[in-house]
Design a protein around this ligand. Structure first.
Ligand code: GDP
Ligand code: MG
Length: 187
Protein backbone atom coordinates (compact mmCIF):
# COMPACT_ATOMS: atom_id res chain seq x y z
CA UNK A 1 0.00 0.00 0.00
CA UNK A 2 1.36 3.45 -0.83
CA UNK A 3 2.06 5.57 2.21
CA UNK A 4 1.94 9.31 2.58
CA UNK A 5 5.34 10.87 2.14
CA UNK A 6 6.83 14.31 2.45
CA UNK A 7 5.18 16.86 0.16
CA UNK A 8 8.47 18.05 -1.30
CA UNK A 9 8.99 14.62 -2.77
CA UNK A 10 6.14 14.99 -5.20
CA UNK A 11 5.69 18.73 -5.53
CA UNK A 12 7.57 18.95 -8.83
CA UNK A 13 5.82 15.98 -10.39
CA UNK A 14 2.91 16.15 -12.79
CA UNK A 15 2.06 12.49 -12.27
CA UNK A 16 -1.17 12.95 -10.37
CA UNK A 17 -1.93 9.24 -10.43
CA UNK A 18 1.12 8.57 -8.25
CA UNK A 19 0.20 11.17 -5.66
CA UNK A 20 -0.41 9.74 -2.23
CA UNK A 21 -1.29 13.30 -1.29
CA UNK A 22 -4.03 15.69 -2.19
CA UNK A 23 -3.88 19.44 -1.65
CA UNK A 24 -7.24 21.14 -1.31
CA UNK A 25 -7.76 24.89 -0.98
CA UNK A 26 -10.92 26.53 0.32
CA UNK A 27 -11.69 29.89 -1.25
CA UNK A 28 -14.47 32.39 -0.84
CA UNK A 29 -15.36 35.57 0.94
CA UNK A 30 -15.13 36.05 4.66
CA UNK A 31 -18.01 34.50 6.56
CA UNK A 32 -18.88 31.84 3.97
CA UNK A 33 -17.87 29.11 6.41
CA UNK A 34 -14.52 27.93 5.05
CA UNK A 35 -12.99 27.52 8.51
CA UNK A 36 -16.09 25.86 9.92
CA UNK A 37 -16.07 23.34 7.06
CA UNK A 38 -12.33 22.74 7.47
CA UNK A 39 -12.63 22.17 11.21
CA UNK A 40 -15.66 19.93 10.73
CA UNK A 41 -13.81 17.78 8.22
CA UNK A 42 -10.75 17.53 10.46
CA UNK A 43 -12.43 17.05 13.85
CA UNK A 44 -16.10 16.15 13.13
CA UNK A 45 -17.05 19.12 15.27
CA UNK A 46 -18.66 22.44 14.52
CA UNK A 47 -16.77 25.38 15.98
CA UNK A 48 -19.01 28.41 15.72
CA UNK A 49 -16.42 31.10 16.43
CA UNK A 50 -13.25 30.81 14.48
CA UNK A 51 -10.59 33.53 14.01
CA UNK A 52 -11.67 35.17 10.72
CA UNK A 53 -8.11 36.34 9.96
CA UNK A 54 -6.42 33.00 10.50
CA UNK A 55 -5.15 31.32 7.36
CA UNK A 56 -3.52 27.95 7.80
CA UNK A 57 -2.91 24.57 6.20
CA UNK A 58 -3.81 21.34 7.95
CA UNK A 59 -3.23 17.74 7.05
CA UNK A 60 -5.03 14.52 7.79
CA UNK A 61 -4.61 10.93 6.67
CA UNK A 62 -7.72 9.51 5.09
CA UNK A 63 -8.72 6.31 3.34
CA UNK A 64 -10.77 7.14 0.26
CA UNK A 65 -11.99 4.23 -1.85
CA UNK A 66 -9.64 1.89 0.05
CA UNK A 67 -6.66 4.07 -0.91
CA UNK A 68 -4.72 6.04 1.70
CA UNK A 69 -4.17 9.71 1.01
CA UNK A 70 -2.62 12.54 2.97
CA UNK A 71 -5.12 15.35 2.59
CA UNK A 72 -3.81 18.87 3.02
CA UNK A 73 -6.41 21.56 3.51
CA UNK A 74 -5.52 25.23 3.06
CA UNK A 75 -8.14 27.34 4.79
CA UNK A 76 -7.67 30.77 3.24
CA UNK A 77 -8.80 34.03 4.83
CA UNK A 78 -9.28 36.66 2.14
CA UNK A 79 -11.41 39.60 3.21
CA UNK A 80 -13.69 40.17 0.24
CA UNK A 81 -12.05 38.88 -2.86
CA UNK A 82 -8.98 37.17 -4.27
CA UNK A 83 -5.67 38.65 -3.12
CA UNK A 84 -2.32 37.08 -3.97
CA UNK A 85 -3.71 33.85 -5.51
CA UNK A 86 -0.18 32.67 -6.39
CA UNK A 87 0.07 31.21 -2.90
CA UNK A 88 -2.41 28.46 -3.72
CA UNK A 89 -2.77 28.21 -7.52
CA UNK A 90 0.28 25.99 -8.04
CA UNK A 91 -0.08 24.24 -4.72
CA UNK A 92 -3.66 23.08 -5.00
CA UNK A 93 -4.78 19.84 -6.63
CA UNK A 94 -8.41 20.94 -6.33
CA UNK A 95 -10.28 24.12 -5.45
CA UNK A 96 -13.32 24.35 -3.19
CA UNK A 97 -15.04 27.68 -3.79
CA UNK A 98 -17.42 28.34 -0.92
CA UNK A 99 -20.39 30.67 -0.50
CA UNK A 100 -23.18 30.83 1.99
CA UNK A 101 -26.67 30.09 0.65
CA UNK A 102 -28.10 32.81 2.90
CA UNK A 103 -25.83 35.51 1.49
CA UNK A 104 -26.11 36.61 -2.13
CA UNK A 105 -22.93 38.68 -1.90
CA UNK A 106 -20.90 35.64 -0.90
CA UNK A 107 -22.23 33.87 -3.99
CA UNK A 108 -21.26 36.73 -6.26
CA UNK A 109 -17.76 36.75 -4.75
CA UNK A 110 -17.29 33.20 -6.03
CA UNK A 111 -17.23 34.43 -9.64
CA UNK A 112 -13.90 36.16 -9.15
CA UNK A 113 -12.35 32.99 -7.77
CA UNK A 114 -13.82 30.86 -10.53
CA UNK A 115 -12.41 33.26 -13.14
CA UNK A 116 -8.92 33.19 -11.66
CA UNK A 117 -8.94 29.40 -11.48
CA UNK A 118 -10.23 29.13 -15.07
CA UNK A 119 -7.38 31.38 -16.25
CA UNK A 120 -4.89 29.29 -14.35
CA UNK A 121 -6.31 25.99 -15.60
CA UNK A 122 -6.14 27.19 -19.22
CA UNK A 123 -2.36 27.35 -19.06
CA UNK A 124 -1.84 24.26 -16.91
CA UNK A 125 -0.80 20.78 -18.04
CA UNK A 126 -3.47 19.20 -15.83
CA UNK A 127 -6.73 20.94 -15.11
CA UNK A 128 -7.33 21.10 -11.39
CA UNK A 129 -10.92 20.23 -10.50
CA UNK A 130 -13.16 22.86 -8.94
CA UNK A 131 -16.11 22.35 -6.61
CA UNK A 132 -18.64 25.09 -5.97
CA UNK A 133 -19.94 24.69 -2.42
CA UNK A 134 -23.10 26.31 -1.08
CA UNK A 135 -22.65 26.21 2.71
CA UNK A 136 -25.12 26.83 5.59
CA UNK A 137 -27.79 24.56 4.22
CA UNK A 138 -29.32 24.65 7.70
CA UNK A 139 -30.22 28.31 6.96
CA UNK A 140 -32.73 27.25 4.32
CA UNK A 141 -35.32 29.68 5.69
CA UNK A 142 -33.00 32.58 4.87
CA UNK A 143 -31.89 31.29 1.52
CA UNK A 144 -30.82 34.01 -0.94
CA UNK A 145 -29.19 31.76 -3.52
CA UNK A 146 -31.35 29.14 -5.19
CA UNK A 147 -30.12 25.66 -6.03
CA UNK A 148 -30.72 26.57 -9.69
CA UNK A 149 -28.41 29.60 -9.44
CA UNK A 150 -25.68 27.57 -7.77
CA UNK A 151 -25.89 24.75 -10.23
CA UNK A 152 -26.00 27.13 -13.22
CA UNK A 153 -22.84 28.91 -12.10
CA UNK A 154 -21.14 25.56 -11.52
CA UNK A 155 -22.01 24.20 -14.94
CA UNK A 156 -20.92 27.44 -16.61
CA UNK A 157 -17.48 26.78 -15.11
CA UNK A 158 -17.54 23.03 -15.58
CA UNK A 159 -17.34 22.32 -11.88
CA UNK A 160 -19.18 20.12 -9.41
CA UNK A 161 -21.86 21.68 -7.25
CA UNK A 162 -22.71 20.67 -3.68
CA UNK A 163 -24.72 22.17 -0.86
CA UNK A 164 -23.69 21.41 2.72
CA UNK A 165 -23.79 22.66 6.25
CA UNK A 166 -20.84 22.82 8.58
CA UNK A 167 -23.15 22.39 11.57
CA UNK A 168 -25.19 19.41 10.35
CA UNK A 169 -24.20 15.83 9.45
CA UNK A 170 -20.44 15.22 9.42
CA UNK A 171 -20.71 12.66 6.64
CA UNK A 172 -22.13 15.16 4.17
CA UNK A 173 -19.16 17.46 4.81
CA UNK A 174 -16.74 14.56 4.58
CA UNK A 175 -18.39 13.53 1.30
CA UNK A 176 -17.64 16.93 -0.24
CA UNK A 177 -13.94 16.61 0.61
CA UNK A 178 -13.93 13.02 -0.66
CA UNK A 179 -15.62 14.16 -3.88
CA UNK A 180 -12.75 16.60 -4.39
CA UNK A 181 -10.16 13.84 -3.81
CA UNK A 182 -11.97 11.52 -6.22
CA UNK A 183 -12.02 14.26 -8.85
CA UNK A 184 -8.27 14.77 -8.45
CA UNK A 185 -7.67 11.04 -8.87
CA UNK A 186 -9.76 11.07 -12.01
CA UNK A 187 -7.59 13.75 -13.65
P1 GDP B 1 -14.87 31.88 6.91
O1 GDP B 1 -14.58 33.34 7.06
O2 GDP B 1 -15.26 31.54 5.51
O3 GDP B 1 -13.76 31.02 7.42
O4 GDP B 1 -16.17 31.58 7.80
P2 GDP B 1 -16.25 30.90 9.25
O5 GDP B 1 -16.01 29.44 9.16
O6 GDP B 1 -15.42 31.67 10.22
O7 GDP B 1 -17.81 31.12 9.55
C1 GDP B 1 -18.38 32.41 9.57
C2 GDP B 1 -19.62 32.40 10.46
O8 GDP B 1 -20.60 31.55 9.90
C3 GDP B 1 -19.34 31.88 11.87
O9 GDP B 1 -20.15 32.61 12.78
C4 GDP B 1 -19.81 30.44 11.81
O10 GDP B 1 -20.25 29.98 13.04
C5 GDP B 1 -20.95 30.52 10.82
N1 GDP B 1 -21.12 29.28 10.05
C6 GDP B 1 -20.18 28.59 9.35
N2 GDP B 1 -20.71 27.52 8.74
C7 GDP B 1 -22.02 27.52 9.07
C8 GDP B 1 -23.12 26.67 8.73
O11 GDP B 1 -23.01 25.68 8.01
N3 GDP B 1 -24.33 27.02 9.24
C9 GDP B 1 -24.51 28.09 10.06
N4 GDP B 1 -25.73 28.34 10.52
N5 GDP B 1 -23.50 28.92 10.39
C10 GDP B 1 -22.28 28.64 9.90
MG1 MG C 1 -11.87 31.50 8.14
Amino acid sequence: KPRAVNASHFSASNERSLHPECNLVLLGCRGAGKSALTVKFLTRRFISEYDPFLEDTYSKEEIVDQEPVLVRVMDTADLDGPVNPERYLHWANAFLVVYSIDNRQSFEACCQYLEIIAQYNKGAVHESPVLLIGNKLDMERYRQVSIADGSALASRHGCLFREVSACLDFRLVQKVFYDAIQEVRRE
